[in-house]
Design a protein around this ligand. Structure first.
Ligand code: GLU
Length: 356
């Protein structure tokens, strides 16, 4: 059973295919149904954050484009046109329930720097305390390849991690994870995403949508590690949340990890970009992996690339295998010059170290 009635905070990701019927045509009935479902959850005291796609699709409609453009500038132009239509649509949908919406547009870069990551968290907290419905999308207009989330499935999992959500709902036109190799039916529950589970995922080839089942599974993994359960289900079902509240099995539920990463370490876990690497000896490897210790200066055998105190680096075993990500307390320069006064110092504190 999906533990929705015990949830305090949920993130709901809605795909373009759910909000539109045909290119750029809003499906108002579906949007009204979703707003009604959000009200049901909020009436039960559950905080709701929406991650809404649709900007590019709506922009395509407004600009009379029949096919999704391939070049970045045209996609960004569509997003710029469509985002205002999207947010207005949500506000109109919530008006009958007297909910105010807030627009939050993010890039990957916003979650890389700790102060920006924390600012996003604080804004969510303040908005939710005021009863507002935050509506998140990627800031497509300024997102170049290196700062892109790539798809809103990944974005929704990162939002669930940042906002400390208990449950993430990834709603699209797909009813759940379908067992293509076996029964052809929706798999109700997954505890760990194994290679066999991944083999069941299939790509999406819709005109407006971006992520397929593969991106949904990798998003589910991010959320599971953050201690957040995930439901992949159909955004076309107007009673999805009512059914879940009544304990009916709907979609595919992915259980949260038994050993979730603690919230103060999550921003380290979600970093896709490190500033360098530190290779350690076998003793330090055992201390970190088996005894949950910090990394001491004495265990370091090599450092690569120019990192600075506060940067995230990879920590590698003697054979080069990446063991962990961690935030360093010293500049590479200082470590590399073998400063004798560092001998017993902590270079990566265990509170700033996430095993991979
Ligand atoms: N941010 C894109 C949009 O609003 C959607 C990306 C996605 O659906 O994954 O159109």
């Amino acid at each position: 059973m999906v533990p929705l009635s015990q949830a305090k905070r949920v993130v709901i990701k809605v795909g373009t295919g759910v909000l539109t019927s045909g290119i750029g045509q809003l499906d108002t009935t579906r949007i009204e149904a979703l707003c009604q479902q959000v009200k049901t959850l909020k009436d039960r005291g559950i905080d709701v954050i929406l991650v809404s796609s649709g900007a590019v699709g709506l922009g395509m409609g407004k600009l009379s484009l029949k096919k999704r453009p391939k070049d970045l500038a045209s996609l960004q132009a569509c997003a710029a046109v469509g985002q205002s239509i999207l947010i207005n649509t949500w506000q109109k949908g919530f008006d009958p329930h007297n909910f105010t919406v807030a627009q939050i547009l993010l890039t990957r870069e916003d979650l890389r720097a700790r102060h920006r990551h924390n600012a996003v968290f604080n804004t969510f907290e303040r908005l939710l305390a005021k009863g507002v419905v935050p509506i998140v999308n990627e800031n497509d207009t300024v997102s170049a390849a290196e700062i892109k989330f790539g798809d809103n499935d990944t974005l929704s999992a990162l939002v669930a991690s940042v906002a400390n959500a208990d449950l993430l709902f990834i709603l699209s036109n797909i009813p759940g994870l379908i067992d293509m190799q076996g029964t052809g039916e929706v798999i109700p529950r997954v505890s760990v995403i194994t290679p066999q589970i991944e083999a069941m995922a299939q790509g999406t080839k819709h005109t407006t949508s971006v992520g397929g089942m593969i991106s949904k599974l990798s998003a589910a993994k991010i959320a599971q590690r953050a201690g957040c359960g995930v439901l992949i289900g159909s955004g076309q079902d107007p009673e999805l949340f009512d059914k879940l509240l009544q304990g009916e099995p709907v979609g595919t539920y992915f259980e949260p990890s038994d050993l979730p990463i603690k919230s103060h370490k999550r921003w380290i876990a979600i970093q896709d970009h490190t500033h360098g690497s530190i290779t350690i000896d076998a003793g330090a490897q055992a201390a970190i992996l088996e005894h949950g210790k910090s990394l001491l200066f004495a265990g370091i055998t090599n450092c690569c690339e120019d990192f600075h105190a506060g940067d995230i680096v990879q920590i590698c075993a003697p054979d080069g295998k990446i063991l962990a990500n961690g935030m360093v307390s010293y500049d590479k320069e200082r470590i590399a010059t073998n400063a004798p006064e560092l001998e017993n110092n902590v270079v990566v504190h265990r509170d700033h170290l996430v095993l991979l």
